[in-house]
Design a protein around this ligand. Structure first.
Ligand SMILES: Cc1cc2nc3c(=O)[nH]c(=O)nc-3n(C[C@H](O)[C@H](O)[C@H](O)COP(=O)(O)O)c2cc1C
Length: 220
């Protein structure tokens, strides 16, 4: 797939078929993504790929925590709020996802069902977790953003789709414990990975993007 086309056609997928992803395919993605740029070539990424039975077991652990509204301990602090324009976009995103599923604003049970889908990895056969060493700071987190974007674009170019998930990082200590990863590492993001389920209503949702002229100033 041509790069520009890949960037333009990628979208978050929130309903996957259970079809396993061949290991070779994931290795091909990882091999491509190893070429991600990083601050002084420090390559801070540490990747956990969790598939099959292991993924099911982990999903059970975090689903139960999320269902019980267990205390959350993300390694990267969650945003406490947004400036008005960003907040408006976030609200619109939330509202339009509810509309796609026909969930009314006041339907607390429906909203909760939508939230909990995160912890089932939206039915994906694999969940990928990106870690960095706990001693690293903001520039390494920036590098991880590049890595994550390269990862999802490389996957997309091979027909494997994804959604990035900050939500699952709420249970970072439990995920690290389950995977045998030292507490000192920071979980940056989770990624659900798989083949889109065309029947999943949520995959009809398309986010609204700003136009370049709304976020760009030219100086000539
Ligand atoms: C850092 C980050 C965290 C995200 N966390 C979640 C999440 O927890 N659950 C989810 O369903 N989508 C999550 N998303 C996906 C965004 O909602 C999505 O990228 C955005 O709405 C734009 O839609 P698009 O990816 O289809 O272009 C996250 C995206 C990013 C970049």
């Amino acid at each position: 797939m041509e790069t520009l086309e890949g960037i333009k056609t990628r979208q978050s997928i929130r309903g996957f078929k259970p079809t396993p992803i061949p290991k070779d395919m994931i290795n091909k993605i990882l091999e491509a993504v190893s070429n991600t740029p990083s601050y002084t070539n420090t390559q801070p990424w540490e990747v956990a790929v969790v598939c099959g039975k292991k993924k099911d077991e982990l999903s059970k652990v975090i689903f139960e925590l999320a269902r019980a509204k267990a205390p959350t301990h993300p390694d990267l602090p969650m945003p406490k709020g947004w400036p008005a324009a960003h907040d408006a976009r976030a609200h619109e995103h939330g509202a339009r996802r509810l509309d796609t599923l026909g969930i009314e604003r006041g339907d607390e049970e429906g909203r909760e069902r939508l939230r909990l889908m995160n912890f089932e990895f939206y039915g994906a056969p694999c969940a990928v977790f990106l870690f960095i060493d706990g001693s690293l700071g903001e520039w390494s987190t920036f590098d991880m953003g590049l890595f994550a974007q390269n990862f999802i674009l490389a996957a997309h170019s091979l027909g494997v789709e994804s959604v990035l998930q900050a939500s699952v990082t709420n249970y970072a200590p439990e995920i690290k414990k389950f995977l045998g990863i030292p507490e000192s590492k920071k979980l940056v993001i989770g990624i659900s990975l798989g083949y889109p389920d065309e029947k999943a209503k949520l995959n009809n949702y398309r986010s609204i993007k700003q136009k370049p002229e709304e976020f760009t100033k030219w100086y000539e």
